[in-house]
Design a protein around this ligand. Structure first.
Ligand SMILES: [Zn+2]
Length: 116
């Protein structure tokens, strides 16, 4: 299981620097929450409400996909899967909760560029 918040580095074009520079890309679960240029500190932040709306929009589809995976395991590997079912349900549920928490957590207010 991955943590709900992860930071990656990527070479991206910075309009403020006028060049490709290293950026820090902050993910809240499956969603990009913030991108910051490491040279000039220009920051692109997605609003928590927008991330929450995306999460809510995607949640039924993601839950169905997990259910299908569970059905597949129960159908084809029941003896191997069933002992892990309670743990899987708990871990997946907590993962969604952790992701929603990361999405709605307030970040820095140093954003220079905001976008929906
Ligand atoms: Zn820059």
């Amino acid at each position: 299981m991955t943590t709900a918040t992860q930071v990656y580095t990527a070479g991206l074009w910075c309009s403020n620097c006028g060049a490709e520079t290293e950026h820090l890309v902050l993910y809240a679960g499956a969603y990009i929450k913030e991108i910051r240029c490491t040279v000039c500190d220009a920051t692109y932040t997605r609003e928590a409400e927008t991330l929450r709306d995306d999460f809510v929009h995607d949640l039924p589809k993601r839950a169905r996909r997990l259910a299908h995976q569970g059905v597949h395991e129960i159908r084809y590997h029941p003896r191997e899967f069933l002992p892990h079912l309670p743990q899987e349900l708990l871990v997946r549920s907590l993962g969604f909760c952790a992701e929603l928490y990361a999405i709605t957590a307030t970040g820095s207010n140093s954003s220079r560029h905001r976008a929906r």
